[in-house]
Design a protein around this ligand. Structure first.
Ligand code: ZN
Ligand code: ZN
Length: 366
């Protein structure tokens, strides 16, 4: 199976679908390369039926460059794309019928109603989840290269920002500076809103940067990533702005130990829950279990959070070669401080490649 669309076709045959209407923009881009805002892909289960791509006249020339020849491209001058897709299905011979899968996590209720009205009696609309997402969870060499490049860019941006210091600048100013540096280095943007959280604010795992100045002698958690060439990166480091207390140092060392134990276990075949448990056991044993409230990590790719998830409630599905995942344990002490350390890794057969390279020993940045 050579192309991504061919792999989707194969999965559709296994699930006894006749076609899949791909409406989620990220999935459309993954299958076709289309980067515009109004596109639909119709993937046929039957290899002898060609796959179709629909867009409107605004994207006629862009899509001519982006869409590979295996797709029949249809440019709609009036009406909507769903109507064109339904027309394609009914054109497939008189009494055309079958099971049309739609992406149940993405199609809106209104779009579903519209599709049901357009599709004609012979076709049954069946919701399905994750057909394209499952493919996206396993990255090819080109995707790994892009995420590696985004990671290097994000790290270079942070180095430049840290050279300008942290103490006395607001969290928001540091976050904006970081996003500006990433753009200046060639990123299309941040892969998510950057987190810069100092002191007690660091005890919120998803803290938003405030207009508060960063004090001396506190911990600062910075969680950021670059969006480059359609792919995200993700990394977290926690710095000290001077002399921090014994407890903060102890928590830092604990999180680092848990993170490194989990990293050492990352390879194809290990279960997502099992991996989460490696880090969690160490944090629980030290008496901080209740302060590690989130999962160990998540897949990263075209979206910042995608499969596979690493958590206590993750699927039993083992990691596969080509998964790109974060390992990011944290300990959050309300009203006091927080520590999170996050690396981004490629899962290999008996090992992993760590994409993030910034040092992890507790470093003072004033
Ligand atoms: Zn992160
Ligand atoms: Zn993350």
């Amino acid at each position: 199976l050579n192309t991504r669309a061919e792999r989707v076709s194969h999965d559709l045959r296994e699930q006894e679908f006749d076609a899949l209407l791909v409406s989620a923009p990220t999935n459309v881009r993954y299958l076709t390369g289309y980067t515009g805002s109004n596109g639909l892909a119709l993937i046929a289960a039957d290899e002898d039926v060609s796959d179709r791509f629909f867009t409107d006249f605004r994207y006629a020339s862009a899509s001519a460059q982006q869409i590979p020849e295996e797709f029949e491209r249809e440019i709609i001058s009036s009406g909507d794309l769903f109507k064109a897709a339904a027309q394609t299905l009914s054109d497939r011979g008189s009494g055309a019928r079958g099971r049309l899968a739609f992406e149940e996590d993405h199609l809106t209720v209104a779009q579903h109603a519209r599709l049901a009205e357009l599709i004609g009696e012979g076709w049954e609309l069946v919701g399905c989840a994750d057909v394209v997402e499952r493919l996206r969870a396993v990255k090819d060499a080109g995707e790994i290269d892009r995420i590696r490049a985004g990671t290097e860019l994000a790290e270079e941006a942070l180095r430049r920002v840290l050279e300008r210091g942290l103490v006395g600048r607001t969290e928001r100013a540091v976050a904006v500076d970081l996003e500006f540096e990433m753009r200046r280095l060639g990123a299309d943007g941040p892969s998510f809103p950057s987190i810069v959280a100092s002191g007690a604010h660091g005890a919120l795992p998803h803290a938003e940067p405030r207009d508060e100045s960063i004090a001396r002698d506190v911990l600062v958690t910075i969680d950021w990533g670059a969006y480059l060439d359609g792919y995200c990166s993700d990394c977290t480091r926690t710095y000290a702005t001077g002399a921090v207390g014994e407890q903060a140092i102890a928590v830092y060392e604990l999180v680092l130990r848990a993170q490194e134990a989990a990293l050492a276990s990352v390879r194809a075949g290990i279960g997502a829950r099992e991996l989460d448990a490696v880090a969690r056991a160490i944090i629980e044993e030290a008496g901080y279990g209740e302060h590690f409230g989130h999962g160990l990590g998540h897949g990263v790719g075209m979206e910042i959070h995608e499969g596979p998830r690493l958590s206590r409630t993750a699927s039993e599905q083992p990691l596969q070669v080509g998964n790109i995942v974060t390992v990011e344990p944290g300990v959050y002490l309300p009203g006091d401080c927080g520590v999170r350390i996050e690396d981004l890794l490629v899962v290999l057969e008996d090992d992993h490649e760590t994409l993030t390279r910034l040092p992890k020993e507790l470093t003072a940045v004033s």
